[in-house]
Ligand binder design. Structure first.
Ligand SMILES: NC(=O)c1ccc[n+]([C@@H]2O[C@H](COP(=O)([O-])OP(=O)(O)OC[C@H]3O[C@@H](n4cnc5c(N)ncnc54)[C@H](OP(=O)(O)O)[C@@H]3O)[C@@H](O)[C@H]2O)c1
Length: 288
């Protein structure tokens, strides 16, 4: 045997044993990931990807049939345990049932706060009751579920929370103002949690997806076909990018942003303001 064929054969053996190791690692549970809004769109892709990474799942949404169908498919494909929890996060009892699970199930290692509703109309064209419901799911539910999860993770000294915001958090002119406001809340709340929990071995990941081709747009009354095709990502790519961002240790992931330096510059500009944001003296331009 030549040296070359020997090296090639050993390399192949190495790759094969790495693949076996990966498969074995996936068989070892990484704990349970709870995903809200898992009955479709971005949440359903997180469910698929996290199961393939070795997580057992608890899938939360209102549509029982879709949840059951998804759970069966994922569990058949991956062999992971997949439970469903039918709950309306806009309803006190439904929300309480999810909070209870987060507080009491010690196997939970990850929470993906993904459930959300969008809107595209202006203030004059939108109904304030619908806006209130949107804020309840996008803000109130995400906040309450985080309050249920963080103390449990702190007690165990580990855990990951993924909060799905949107690029409208930093681009409020794009769609509906209340939707942008809810996502700005998710962004600020998540960045604050990242700061609070920085030394506690708890990861808090903020994801700001751009337009993604899901049922979200029809539900928001603005079909995705209105957008330029180049501006819309497939949900599989959105989630794969977000998980790749998590893997490389990003605190904030914007799936389509080509250069992370652009986000870092944005953050640096914000942080530069900090020493000047609160002072005894008013700025000289306001002094008469
Ligand atoms: N698609 C985009 O362009 C885009 C861009 C940026 C950010 N996002 C954000 O990404 C997240 C996922 O959106 P998506 O695009 O995947 O939208 P989607 O396809 O409409 O999925 C939304 C999910 O949230 C669930 N949900 C909505 N209201 C709920 C409630 N009251 N209680 C429980 N679950 C509820 C829905 O399930 P049920 O109807 O079964 O309850 C569904 O599973 C949202 O937070 C959204 O704001 C989306």
């Amino acid at each position: 045997m030549t040296l070359r064929s020997c090296v090639k054969r050993n390399n192949l053996r190495l790759i094969a044993s790495e693949q076996t190791m990966e498969r074995q690692m996936d068989k070892i549970s990484k704990g349970v990931a709870v995903i809200t809004g898992a009955s479709g769109g971005i949440g359903a892709v997180y469910a698929d990807r996290l199961a393939k990474r070795g997580y057992d799942l608890i899938l939360v949404a209102r549509n029982e049939e879709r949840l059951r169908h998804l759970a069966r498919g994922i569990s058949d494909q991956t062999g992971r345990a997949v439970e469903i929890l039918v709950a309306d996060l806009n309803d006190k009892t439904g929300l309480a049932s999810v909070e209870h699970i987060l507080k009491s199930n010690m196997q939970i290692t990850m929470l993906v706060n993904n459930a959300g509703i969008g809107a595209a109309g202006s203030l004059r064209d939108s109904d304030v009751e619908q806006m209130t419901q949107m804020a309840a799911v996008n803000v109130n539910a995400l906040m309450r579920l985080s309050y249920a999860m963080v103390p449990a993770f702190l007690q165990r000294g580990a855990g990951t929370i993924i909060n799905i915001a949107s690029v409208v958090a930093i681009w409020p002119e794009l769609l509906n103002g209340v939707y942008a406001g809810t996502k700005a809340f998710v962004s600020a709340f998540t960045q604050s949690l990242q700061h609070e929990l920085r030394d506690q071995h708890i990861r808090v990941h903020l994801v700001l997806p751009g337009a993604t081709a899901t049922g979200f747009w029809d539900r928001a009354g603005y079909p995705v076909s209105n957008l330029p095709v180049d501006a819309v990502m497939d949900p599989v790519d959105t989630v794969d990018a977000a998980l790749a961002g998590l893997d490389i240790g990003e605190l904030v992931t914007i799936p389509s942003l080509p250069e992370v330096a652009a986000w870092n510059a944005y953050e640096a500009a914000r942080k530069k303001l900090i020493p000047e944001l609160s002072r005894k003296a008013m700025a000289s331009r306001y002094q008469s």
